[in-house]
Structures are given as C-alpha cells and as structure tokens.
Design a protein around this ligand. Sequence first.
Ligand SMILES: Nc1nc2c(ncn2[C@@H]2O[C@H](COP(=O)(O)OP(=O)(O)OP(=O)(O)O)[C@@H](O)[C@H]2O)c(=O)[nH]1
Length: 914
Amino acid sequence: MVATPLLRVPQSGVRCMSSRFYRTRISPLRSTIDIKSFKPCLTSAQYFSTSLSRWQDEVLDRTRNIGIIAHIDAGKTTTTERMLFYSGFTRRIGDVDEGSTVTDFLPAERARGITIQSAAITFHWPPGGGSEAAQSKPRDESLPRSAVSHTINLIDTPGHADFTFEVMRSLRILDGAVYGVAGVEAQTEKVWHQASTYRIPRVIYVNKLDRDGAAFGRTVREVSSRLSVYPAVCHIPWFEAGTGPFVGIADAINLQGLRWREGEDGRTIKMMNLQQLDAEEPALAQELRKARAALVELLSEQDETIVEKFFECDEDHMAVSSMDIIESLRRCVLDPTSRIVPLFAGASFRNMGVQPLLDAVVNLLPSPPEAPDPEVSIGGVKGGLRRLLSGDLIVEQSEKAATPVKGKKKKSAALQTNPKDAIGKLQSCALAFKVVNDPKRGVLVYVRVYSGSLDRNSLLFNTNLHLSERAPRLLKMHANDAVEVDSIPAGHIGVVVGLKHARTGDTLVTYAGNKPTPPEPLTSLQLRPIDVPPPVFFTSVEPHSLSEEKKMQESLALLLREDPSLHVSVDEESGQTLLSGMGELHLEIARDRLINDLKAKASMGSIEIGYRESGLGASSSITKIFDKEIAGRRGKAGCTAIVEPFGEEEISEAADEDTLLAETIEGNQIIIQAPGLQMERAGRGEEETSPFLPPGMDAVTLRTALQNGALAALARGPQFTFPMHNTRVTLTINPTEHLFGSDTTTSALSAAARQATSAALRELPTGPGTVMMEPVMNVIISVDEASLGSVVHDISSSRGGHIVSLDEEVPLTATDASPTDPVVGQEDLPPIDPKRVYAPLDPFESSLGAEVSVSTSRPRNITAKVPLKEMVGYLKHLRSLTAGRGTFVMSVDRFENMSSQRQKAVITELRGGF
Ligand SMILES: Nc1nc2c(ncn2[C@@H]2O[C@H](COP(=O)(O)OP(=O)(O)OP(=O)(O)O)[C@@H](O)[C@H]2O)c(=O)[nH]1
C-alpha cells in the first residue's frame, strides 16, 4: 500500500477531511529503481523494448531531480534531513547543530555546520514507491501526482558565497528547485538570480516561522519586490490564537488546517477542514478564505483554464477544486514566461511543514522531460540539447562555420565532416556534476544523463579532457549507500565508479562505431558550460618530507578533480607548489580535505591574495632554439615569441589560414602562427597534418605543446613573480627554421615556447615596464536604513571602494551568470508593487503597519567595487557597524592596475615589512 501524502484530498477540495490525527506511514524498506532487477521479468525482445520504453517513460514522469537552494543558514540541511526522515529513508532526524546529518557527510562540513559538497540522494515520496508495480501504473488524472510514489533525486547545494561556482555547478543539473528563505537578504537575491540564469522552475519555502518575531507577511512582500515575482501564497502560518506560538499551517489549496504537536517528530498531523477551523480558530479560517480568494485571483491573471473553472463554479473562489488549483499552479511553474511562484510555509527545525512541501515538489515541479531544454555548446554555437538532437542546431552550426569568425581559425575542423551524420552517431551524453572521493568505494563520479542511456562498460569520451575511459561500474546512490545497476537512462542521476580522469563539470559522451574519438564536432559538445572564475587567493603547500611528495601530489590531483575551481601550480624558481582558490574559506576547506580527509602529510602556508602582473608595452621579437637531451632522447625545436598588453574586451582581427590558435585563457591571449606549414587532412575524420611535422605529430599536438609552453611562462611575471594578466603572447613557428624532423618532440616544442615567452617577458621590466594588478570585487551589502550612512562612508573612504548604486537589482557577474545564457528580458520586466500582493498580516502588525514595514524595515542594498585586499575580514567589521545585522556577498569583478604607491605598500607588507 502506498502511504498517504498530505495534499491528497477529494476533488471538491472543500469539506474534505474530518478532524483527526493523521499519521504518515513510514515504509520499512528502502526501495530503489533497480533496472537490473527489472530486466529478468521481460520475456521476448519485442516485449522488452516496448515495455521497457513505456516503463522508462512512466518512471521518468515520476522522477524529480531537484535541489534546495537558499542563502547560508536558511535551513537547507535541516529541511533535507526532515525530508529523508518522512520518506522513510532515515530512522532518526539528523541535527545540523549536533553534526549528525546525512547530507553533510564530510568531516569538515560536520565540524563547521555548513554544507560544502553537494551530495545527491535518491528517496521516494510518498514513501513505499520504487517497486515495479508502483512505477508502471499509468497516472490517474483525477488525483494529484502525490497520490503515487515518486523518485526524488535531491541535490544538496551549498549556500556560502565562496562556493558560487559550486552552486552554479549543482544548479545546472536541476530540473526544479525548492527555494528556501528565512527573510530576504543580498545572498537570497543572488542565489535566486543564479537559478534564474538556468530558468529553473521553483517553489518558495518560507522557513523558521517558529522564531520570535517571524514575519511571514513581510517576507512575502519582500519576495515580490526584491525577487520580482508574484508569490502565490499556498500556505499561511498558523499562530495559536493569532498571536501565540507557531503550531502549523493553513493550506489555501485544500482549504484545511494542518497542526503539528509541539516537541514531536512531526509525523502526526492533525488536519481540520474549514468548518472545524471556523469553530476552533475563526480568525485563521477567515484569513484562509482571503488567501484562497487571492490565490484564485492571481492564477486567473495568468491562466485561462482556471478562469473557466472559476466561472463554472459561479465565481465562488472557495468552490474551485484543489486539483484545478494544483494543475494551474503547475502550468505557471512550468511556463518560463510566468512570474508566479508558489509559496509554502514551515519551521523545519520544529518538524512542521515539510511533508506538504514534499507534496508540492511532486505536484508542481517538472519531471525531466518537462524541464527546460538544457543548453549545450558545440563547434562554437550554443542552443538547446533537444534542438541539437533534432538536427536543427547543427544546421545553424554549419552555416556559422562557413563564415569566417573573428579571432578564430577560419578552416574549422567541423567543416570537414557532415555534422548531421555525427549527431546521428551520438548514443548518449551525460554531465559529471560531482566527483567525490569515497573512503570505501574510491572515486565516485556523479552523473546526470541527458540523452540515451549510459551503460556499464561503455567507452565514455570526455569532451573537456579529450580522452576516453570505460565506465566499469554504475551505481544508484543514497547518500552513503549504493545499489549496482546496468545502465543509467536519460533523465536520471547515478554514479560511475572506476573513472580515472573525469572531473566535476566534464561532459561525457558515448557514440556509435569503434573509433578512438567521436566524429567532429561531437568532440566539442559541452552541456551547460560554465566559466571557472579566476582564483584570487593562494597558499603554498609543502610536504613534510621528500617521501611524502608523491602522496601529496596525488591528493592534490584528486582535490582538483573534485573541485576544478581550485588551481595548482608550481613556481619554477622556488619549486614551491601553490594552491589557489576563490576565497579564504574555499582554501581552508581545501586544506581540511587535503590534510584531514585525504591524509596528506603536508603543511600549508598563510592564505594570500593572488595579485597579477602585466606589461605596459610590447617586447621585441625573440627567437629561442631548444636543443637538449630530455629523458635520454634528443629534442630540438625553435620558436619566436612577442608579448604585448591585451584587453579581454578586445576583438581580434580575423585570423588567417596560418593561425593555428587564438585563445584567451585566464585573462591572457595565446596566438600561434605557423606560416607555410601547409596543413592538410589525411582523410575524412582524420586530424590535420603537414609534411614539415615529424612523423606521428599532427596540428593538435603541435598546438597543445606550444600552448603549454607559453602558459608555463605566463605563470610567473618577470618583476613581481605573480602570474601574468592582460598579456598577449604571439608564438610563430617557421617550419624551415624551427622544426627538425624526428628530433622535434612535443617536450622540445614546449620548452622552446616557454623559453622564448620567458625571455620576451624578461625584457619588459627594463623596457616598457610592468605593473602589479589586484582583484577588485563586486560587493553587495545589505544593511538597515540606520547603518546605511556609516557603511557607505567606510567603504568609500577607508577601503578605497567605489559605490556603484544604492538599492538596485543585484547584478549578475560573469561568474554568477551562465555566459551563454543570459536571463533574457528579465531586466525589462516591470517592478512588482508589493501592495498588490496578497500577504497575511503578521502577529502584532496593524493593517497600516503592513505598508509601513516594507519601506522602513526593508534592508538597503549597497553595490560597490572594492579591492579584495580591503575586504579581507570585512564581515566582522560590517557586523560591528550594523549591530550584527549587515550581510554581504561578493564576486570577482576584474583585475585592476595598482597605483605605484599602493603597489609599494603591498610589496612591503608581503616582504614582512611595516
Ligand atoms: N528556529 C529555527 N531554526 C532553524 C530552522 N531550520 C534550521 N534552523 C537552524 O538554522 C541553522 C542553519 O541550518 P542549516 O540547516 O545548517 O542551514 P543550511 O542552509 O543548510 O546552511 P549551509 O549548509 O551552511 O548553507 C541551524 O542552527 C538550524 O538548527 C527552523 O525552522 N527554525
């Protein structure tokens, strides 16, 4: 029997539940979708394929890939723990404050009480699902979806500003999200906008309503004005006798009250219909009628169908059925142009409100096929995956490839093959969204499959790393528990065990045929690509002894697979290993992972700001011929280099046929030219080669070797030793002077490129000069009116910051927004007047107070650009300026040249002077 979820009510919606205590049944078994166990039931091949695909459709329809997103401390982990408990997944409720939660399973997270790694967990709601019978029954359209068990893949996302990249990475695989708020702050807005970039359908959950002075009405109004959406208030809080403690919620969809018993685990809920509420809590019943009317009115503004239903009910708001309201809410959630967002209420910590929220997840958020078309980029064009699979996108790509692109190689490889043929060969594509080192099972690569089916033992081509590896084992994960499966079908989340290279964020494809690489342009297919922001802090890492070096390097390599927003480099002169990251906390966590979890015997230096260096003019043209033995083999190659200043916004001139590469990496541009190399293609689908190249070397290998050499040289500036920035390196290979047959190895080419670039850089200090650059942050500070003046003064006078605006929408930076998918048209939307939005009065709030409270208690947003150096330790200072209430978020804006005075002061400080 399927346990009864809460929002399953008779279709009339009214007069439904009698006053009684209601107990959610907890399934004694943890059941999962195990494709392996399903297959033996099938008898013939015919039956197998048709029923398997029908079964898969049903299963997909009953799958939700969701995340809970919110700002730090809003209660994501607490809410997740309740979800796992009510679904029967856990036997007791974990406590964030005791460090016993399921999702925060890294020791570092438990110790700090914050979520760092996003873990994916699969559970069922309502409980008892996952069996074949439950999954294959067709849907009864007269009942809410929550009448039958659904599979929920829950991705826990981090909320700390240091983990923006991690948030974006988790967001891009979600089909829907619960957006948790406990008051609206700068961070809340930022995460909301991040979710908007991927057009993720959302429901809002207002948590912590048990806190003294919790202001639900005010939060609803703030949601409307600051997130620029119309909250469809589905729940209102139930405060005992109007002003007493928070005891439950009143549900405007089903017109009923849900009351939890104080101090219990929340499984027992007393449900009351409107008549019973009239008798016991008349004021709440009255407010619930208002909420229902407002809900129907709001939906009518967007949805024609509900207007018809409303007329069919003789314009009686109370008579519209709960099913009609749920379906209308669902249409709004799935419509990317709708600004209506359903809003629910609760206090997860007190075990109140979580089961109805789970019903909302199942009833309102999309299944994988209903989710927005995931964005892909392929061969230089961007579009939806479904468009790509239908062939439309590739036609556009071919047309684009036929016209010369500025700054790019004209003769693109994609032109050489028929792209439509290539797309036909694509068997499956998946995104590796998280790499986790499990002490028992080894390295686990979490994948979300987008098309086809990822099968055990298939060869996965990694389009980021350009290499193939087999997937020996596949798992379905349950936090720390796993079930082995034979395949992971499209729309699902699973784990590949045994991959040696795949990193967080890599795209993996399988393809027909037995070539070592897929046909062009499949090699460039990227799912929802995101930019890795530049690291702005760094620290040195040193092994305790020489014998520990290898283990340390292996652990660092693993850390980098888990989190590609960390960077490792080796300072060639000092031999020191440097680890850089996006924030102080980011590096502290990396240190914890490295030393405590991965047990590397190493120490880390202090965390410093990652400055950069840039040339003020061009070098002369410098040629180096490398001629030495490397590992017992002679290597000889030459190269000419010029370095000059480069602005990222600069558009390069259209490159000619001699240009092998023109790429911008980490703020520098590398151009490789090889005039007279006479590139030719050996055959269809083969790599380009040249009669001047040594046997076995093709254009790609040549390009990569030279590029690596230039990158190594750029890692160390000639005067201040910080990495170079805003620098263009032009490398030229003259086939007759720089290539020497089989003596020209890739290592020799890299070495020649590095030496030529370094020599060109060394010319700069005595010639045009170089300058230090520092990271400047985009900072958004939320403070109350009273502290506004002192915070603005502090930022602009003491911290050398520049105030950009007051109370503007939180802008999206390059890091927050997907560079390929701006929130189209969002900036053009008219602001929402909170007075037009329904929100119940908060306890002790007069009807006049409701209006006043939005304007006076509304936090003010200060947007400023401030050097990162001045923001170190800022939170403590802000707290003291604002009586503990101020919060801020920041992200890198850009690197800026420093004045000579500032440069001198920083260098003195770095050298330990005063
Ligand atoms: N009063 C009250 N406190 C709550 C509630 N929900 C969570 N908390 C507390 O709020 C704090 C933060 O909760 P978490 O669940 O760790 O929040 P989070 O959003 O997961 O935080 P990060 O993982 O760090 O982003 C903890 O001390 C919780 O006990 C609630 O409903 N009421």
